[in-house]
Design a protein around this ligand. Structure first.
Ligand SMILES: CC(C)(COP(=O)(O)OP(=O)(O)OC[C@H]1O[C@@H](n2cnc3c(N)ncnc32)[C@H](O)[C@@H]1O)[C@@H](O)C(=O)NCCC(=O)NCCS
Ligand SMILES: Nc1ncnc2c1ncn2[C@@H]1O[C@H](COP(=O)(O)OP(=O)(O)OP(=O)(O)O)[C@@H](O)[C@H]1O
Length: 199
């Protein structure tokens, strides 16, 4: 079974993924793939440098992610250019990983931009994690050291809660404690893995 997992930035996707993994799912992490395809020495990084200039590199030759983030989350046209480079490379990696994933059991694809990229209907189920925007912002200020402006510009580059709900087969509202979240993830897991009733 292929499950798409999505939600806004800092909504709790990685936490939900970890719980699904404990319950027995195989996880494919979209953000991790998006980082791997632009690591130092990759053709992906060469394309990003061609589009954004060598000033987008650190002195060590790595992608300067905070700097590129400042550019693309304040300029939609440039964000589209970056996505045009990174997303096809990520989809290639997904396909390769999926080809080697087990054919039985549950594979959870953690895809931050699933609602934005329009691929939701390729999954057997879509789990959406939803958290109040103010909680997302507070987490970004706390965990990433960003300004409120940085946090809000990242959120405004993303789908709205309504757009995500429209693709959800299972909704996880993450507005309580971690124990509440775990209980809800376990409920969703039970629904995902329930055996079909006999015809
Ligand atoms: C601009 C970059 C270098 C900034 O890196 P940074 O380390 O600050 O962020 P990171 O990659 O860890 O992403 C954190 C979160 O930001 C959000 N985000 C990232 N890219 C995008 C985007 N293009 N549109 C909207 N939100 C995004 C997602 O919620 C993601 O989980 C990076 O986000 C990037 O390469 N983005 C383009 C690739 C992409 O779309 N990735 C999303 C998953 S496929
Ligand atoms: N219900 C909760 N109660 C308290 N803290 C929570 C809860 N859910 C998530 N968190 C915390 O919020 C932070 C963000 O969660 P997590 O990393 O799972 O989100 P994410 O959607 O994967 O984030 P990102 O988009 O940055 O990858 C983490 O520190 C996590 O421990």
């Amino acid at each position: 079974m292929r499950v798409g997992l999505t939600g806004g930035i800092a909504s709790g996707k990685s936490t939900v993924s970890e719980i699904f993994a404990e319950l027995g799912a195989v996880i494919i992490d979209g953000d991790k793939l998006a980082r791997e395809v632009v690591e130092r020495g990759t053709p992906g990084l060469a394309q990003v440098v061609e589009a954004f200039g060598p000033e987008i590199l650190t002195p060590d030759g790595d992608l300067d992610r905070p700097k590129l983030g400042q550019v693309v989350f304040n300029d939609e046209a440039r964000r589209k250019v970056l996505e045009g480079i990174v997303h096809p490379l990520v989809f290639e990696r997904y396909a390769a990983l999926e080809a080697s994933a087990p054919t039985d059991g549950v594979v959870v694809h953690d895809i931050p931009l699933l609602a934005e990229t329009g691929r939701a209907d390729t999954f057997d189920a879509v789990v959406v994690v939803e958290t109040p925007v103010e909680v997302q912002v507070e987490r970004m200020l706390r965990d990433r050291g960003w300004t409120r402006e940085d946090a809000e510009s990242r959120i405004s580059a993303q789908a709205t809660a309504e757009q995500r709900r429209a693709i959800a087969t299972h909704l996880i509202v993450n507005d309580g404690s971690l124990a509440d979240l775990r209980a809800r993830v376990e409920e969703v897991w039970a629904e995902l893995t329930a055996t079909e009733p006999a015809p």
